[in-house]
Design a protein around this ligand. Structure first.
Ligand code: F3S
Length: 297
C-alpha cells in the first residue's frame, strides 16, 4: 500500500497562531478563557482544559481576573464593544486574513455598499463578518445567490461588495463569480478565500484523484474538514476520522493507495499518529507493502 500525506495537511497559520497565543498566556501563569472553542479539535481542547482553560459563550461569562482570547474566527463589532465596556482583559487572536475581511466590509459599509458574503450564515466567522456590515446578505452557493437575486431584484442595481468566508469552496466560488460578473455589474469583488484553504483543497482533490481511498483527519465540527471530505469523496472512498483509533482498518485493507489530508485544526501530532498506525499495520501485513509509502510530511 502506498500512503501519501498531503503537504498542506493540518494546522494553518491562523489556527496555529491562536493556539500558540493561548499556550503563551498559560506559560505566563495567566488564567485563560476563550470565546468559544479556540480550535475544532477535541484532543487539543482536552489538553487546554487540563491546563485550566475555560470556554465561555459570551464576554460577560469571563471570570474575574481571567484573560479572554478571541479565536481566529474573529468577532462582530458588537462583541468587541461589549468586551471593552465590561473592561475585560483580552487577547485578539483573530486571523489576520479574517481581520482583513472585517476591514473590507467596514469600508464598504461606510461607502453605503451592500455586502454579499459567500459562506455559511451560522458559522462564527461569517457571524463575525456580518457584525462589521451595515447591510448584508449571505449566500451558501451559486443556487442560493440566484435565489437571492430573484427575491431581491433591486440588489443587482445597488453598489455592492462581495467577499467569501475564508474556508469557502474554491470551486463553488468560481460558480458564484460567473453569476456575480454577469448580473452584479456595480459590484466590487474581493476573493477572500484563504490561500491555505485553497491550497489544502486543491491538493486534496489532486491526491484523491490518484488514490483508492482518502483519510481526512479533523474535528467533526470543523467546516473546513467537512469541505475536504466533500471534495475528496467525489473522487474516491473517503473517511473522516478524528483520531488514529477511528481508522477504518478493515475497509482500507484492499486499497493499493491511500491519501491522507487534515483540516486546519488538526495538530501534526495526530497526523503523525495516524501515519504511524497505518505504517505499523502495513509492516505487520508484509515487508513489501511499505516500500512506496511516503511518510514525510
Ligand atoms: Fe486564517 Fe486561513 Fe487559517 S484564514 S485561520 S490561515 S484557514
Amino acid at each position: 500500500m502506498k500512503i501519501t500525506v498531503a503537504k498542506s495537511a493540518g494546522f494553518c497559520f491562523g489556527v496555529n497562531r491562536a493556539v500558540q497565543m493561548v499556550f503563551g498566556l498559560l506559560d505566563e501563569g495567566k488564567q485563560v478563557c476563550t470565546l468559544g472553542p479556540i480550535i475544532h479539535n477535541p484532543q487539543t481542547l482536552q489538553e487546554l482544559e487540563s491546563r485550566g482553560v475555560q470556554i465561555v459563550e459570551s464576554p460577560s461569562q469571563t471570570p474575574q481576573g481571567a484573560t479572554l482570547v478571541i479565536r481566529s474566527h474573529g468577532v462582530s463589532e458588537a462583541v468587541l464593544e461589549e468586551i471593552h465596556r465590561l473592561g475585560i482583559a483580552y487577547v485578539d487572536a483573530t486571523c489576520p486574513f479574517v481581520a482583513k475581511i472585517h476591514k473590507i466590509v467596514s469600508e464598504a459599509s461606510a461607502k453605503g455598499q451592500t455586502v454579499l458574503i459567500a459562506g455559511n450564515a451560522t458559522h462564527p466567522e461569517v457571524e463575525g463578518i456580518r457584525g462589521h456590515c451595515q447591510s448584508c446578505y449571505v449566500f451558501k452557493n451559486a443556487k442560493d445567490l440566484e435565489d437571492l437575486t430573484s427575491n431581491f431584484p433591486d440588489l443587482k442595481n445597488k453598489p455592492a461588495c462581495f467577499v467569501a468566508q475564508t474556508t469557502f469552496s474554491v470551486a463553488e466560488w468560481e460558480n458564484c463569480l460567473e453569476i456575480i460578473k454577469k448580473v452584479y455589474t456595480n459590484a466590487t469583488i474581493f476573493d477572500t478565500i484563504c490561500n491555505a484553504t485553497a491550497k489544502r483543497q486543491s491538493e486534496a482533490v489532486e491526491l484523491s484523484e490518484h488514490c483508492d481511498a482518502m483519510i481526512v483527519i479533523g474535528g467533526r465540527q470543523s467546516s473546513n474538514t467537512a469541505k475536504l471530505r466533500d471534495v475528496c469523496r467525489q473522487n474516491c472512498t473517503t473517511y473522516l476520522i478524528e483520531t488514529a483509533e477511528e481508522l477504518p482498518l478493515s475497509a482500507l485493507k484492499g486499497a493499493a493507495s491511500v491519501g491522507i489530508t487534515a483540516g486546519a485544526s488538526t495538530p501534526a501530532s495526530i497526523i503523525k499518529e495516524v501515519l504511524v498506525t497505518m505504517s505499523e499495520i502495513i509492516e505487520n501485513a508484509g515487508a513489501n507493502s511499505t516500500e512506496n509509502a511516503d511518510t514525510s510530511f
